[in-house]
Design a protein around this ligand. Structure first.
Ligand code: GZL
Length: 331
């Protein structure tokens, strides 16, 4: 009897032990959501485009200040406007097992491979400022930023109003942003959609100034040499417009009068140029995305669902509004 009882007892014990072992051998949750660092804080890896413009430096400061305020540990990298540097940074963040990755893709294409690596590592990705052209929207949780096509349309609509009573031709030169970037592609498309409705508008030259003042000046110098009758400059950002203003003045022409200037971003220097009559209209593009980014970071780290797209509020400012608005500008 005793032997049977011992046998039965040991069988029960064996079953109980194996059941416990089964639970504890369950793979630890490989998902990263909401795990946080050893200090319990969320770690965000942020791969920034670079420091090419006033807009970009304001965007960087907004992200850094907001991370501090939100108690989020920020790992920040500056890609100097090179896609290979951003891809390297994202791979480093994956190795460091950050909780969330956010970045502003310098160009629209070529991201699927590295975003798949982040997805396979269970690290959610947030796109900020610029978008990617990947067909697989499962590769990122959300996009936070502006509607660049709308910005281009606003620029075109101002021009159409400004020249409503003129016969034309109205000769336009265009300083495009970084080749292949979402803002350059979309601002060009939005502007073209409007000006192509009236054939008095002629885009006689269009070339990238890479969003920088230096390149904007250089390309405007070339435009002025090859086109004697330029009426309008459409610049995809303020820094290129401000560089172009130097070229226009060095050529003995009056920016804002001889050559009207439409620009995008809304940095303080552009508002100053509007008060001086050198830029005619600025379409705002808000770089202050930091707080919204940290809110989204906390949500995706916690595995919460977020909207696929979060757009920023933006306005259009003409010369007569510049003086009053200047003191309120935050970037
Ligand atoms: C737009 C942003 C652009 C700005 C430029 O959201 O990506 O890049 O318009 C900046 O000033 O360099």
């Amino acid at each position: 009897m005793a032997r049977k009882a011992v046998l039965a007892l040991s069988t029960v014990l064996l079953l109980a032990t194996s059941a416990l072992t089964a639970c504890s051998t369950e793979a630890p949750d490989s998902g990263k959501a909401g795990k946080g660092g050893s200090d319990g804080k969320i770690t965000l890896g942020f791969a920034q485009v670079g420091a090419e413009s006033g807009w970009r430096t304001a965007n960087t400061k907004s992200v850094q200040d907001a991370a501090k305020k939100a108690g989020i540990t920020l790992k920040f990298s500056d890609a100097q406007q090179k896609q290979e540097n951003q891809i390297k940074a994202i791979r480093t963040f994956i190795q460091q097992k950050v909780d969330v990755i956010a970045f502003s893709p310098v160009v629209e294409s070529g991201w699927d491979t590295v975003l798949k690596e982040a997805k396979d590592a269970g690290i959610p990705v947030i796109l900020t400022d610029r978008a990617v052209d990947s067909k697989d929207t499962s590769l990122y949780k959300t996009f936070l930023g502006s509607d660049f096509v709308k910005e281009g349309r606003s620029a075109g609509e101002w021009l159409a109003k400004e020249y409503a009573d003129e016969e034309g031709p109205v000769n336009i030169v265009e300083l495009q942003g970084t080749t292949g970037s979402a803002p350059a592609n979309d601002r060009r498309a939005g502007f073209a959609e409007i000006v192509e409705k009236d054939d008095k508008f002629k885009v006689v030259a269009s070339q990238t100034g890479d969003f920088t003042r230096a390149k904007g000046k250089e390309v405007m110098q070339a435009f002025l040499k090859s086109h004697k009758d330029i009426d309008v400059l459409y610049a995809h950002n303020d820094d290129m417009a401000l560089g172009a203003i130097q070229a226009i003045e060095e050529a003995g022409k009056k920016p804002g009068e001889d050559i009207k200037i439409i620009s995008i971003d809304g940095i303080k220097d552009a508002f100053v140029a509007m008060t001086e009559g050198k830029i005619n209209v600025v379409v705002e593009c808000n770089p202050l995305l930091g707080d919204q980014l940290m809110d989204l970071t906390k949500k995706v780290a916690d595995g919460q669902s977020v909207p696929p797209r979060v757009e920023t509020e933006e306005g259009v400012f003409t010369q007569d509004q510049a003086a009053e608005a200047l003191p309120t500008r935050q970037y």
